[in-house]
Design a binder for this molecule. Structure first.
Ligand SMILES: Nc1nc2c(ncn2[C@@H]2O[C@H](COP(=O)(O)OP(=O)(O)O)[C@@H](O)[C@H]2O)c(=O)[nH]1
Ligand SMILES: [Mg+2]
Length: 261
């Protein structure tokens, strides 16, 4: 159980999130994550051989829908006294879908196939990864999600698909304090139109707001981001500053919630 899709704009951190998840569940802290197919093992590899060396991952190119990797993970953990198990079957879509949702009413055939696939009957929830909080982002996100929700309407999924709306890279100093109450202090404050649209259209029980960071901060008493921003040939990217102090924030919560926990 637990067919989950992950969508979000380009560079919002989708692939990094999944590899952090693979890497962090390995040693088993409060949860363990076992990659169970070739593709999910590859993500773990990425995390071990790139992220931890202070390198970054390659972007997800637009490819045909049936070539999109299916990442299969078995997640086991304990929350309080309760044990849980999630069979995560996640597809990490290229950011292009999300960008196009915001920009145009017409989707070409490929994108239509992507979105249909994202809203298929056996999908329990979508993790929607957002990352911008600066002025202007709100309108774009609102447009994209308005479009997505109309597609959900067409597939009769508006009332029966969970949406975990996530602010990624929340170790950023300006938004780090907002992580504790993301609904109010991140989405309410920085993305009010997006939040309002979601609350109008999606039943409250199916809508969750989260903050997460694949990188995290340097320590409990050291809230500096564990991150270096680099500018390279292909634009800006970020890597871990101190791989030995790597401690992501809130990786598991959105998944736990999406799968009904
Ligand atoms: N600051 C910060 N940067 C991140 C985080 N996760 C990913 N990134 C960076 O964001 C960029 C895009 O990440 P990627 O996972 O490729 O995004 P995707 O296109 O959504 O799959 C890369 O430079 C990553 O290193 C995070 O938690 N914090
Ligand atoms: Mg990607």
């Amino acid at each position: 159980m637990g067919n989950i899709r992950i969508i979000g704009p380009r560079s919002s951190g989708k692939t990094t999130y999944l590899s952090a998840l693979a890497s962090f569940g390995k040693k088993g802290k409060s949860f363990t994550v076992t990659p169970i197919n070739e593709e999910s093992r590859r993500l773990l590899d990425y995390a071990e051989n790139k992220l931890k060396q202070g390198e970054r991952l390659a972007g997800t190119d637009k490819i045909k829908i049936d070539e999109l990797p299916d990442y299969l993970f078995l997640i086991k953990g304990k929350k309080g006294l309760k044990k849980y198990q999630i069979d995560l079957n996640a597809k990490d879509y290229p950011g292009e879908i999300f960008d196009t949702l915001a920009q145009s009413e017409e989707l070409d055939q490929d994108l239509q196939e992507y979105t249909n696939h994202c809203l298929m009957k056996d999908v329990v929830g979508c993790l929607i990864m957002l990352t911008a909080w600066e002025k202007g982002a709100d309108r774009t996100y609102q447009k994209a999600l308005d479009h997505l929700i109309r597609l959900m309407d067409n597939q009769q999924r508006t009332k029966n698909l969970r949406l975990a709306v996530v602010m990624s890279k929340c170790e950023r100093g300006e938004i780090w304090p907002g992580r504790i109450e993301p609904e109010t202090d991140l989405f309410g404050l920085h993305l009010p139109n997006t939040k309002e649209l979601l609350q109008e259209r999606i039943p409250a029980k199916n809508l969750g707001f989260f903050a997460l960071s694949a990188f995290g901060v340097l320590g409990k008493n050291d809230p500096r981001p564990n991150r270096i921003d680099e500018v390279g040939k292909e634009g800006k990217h970020s890597v871990l500053r101190d791989p030995d102090r790597w401690q992501p924030y809130n990786l598991i919560e959105p998944l736990l919630w999406l799968s009904g926990g």
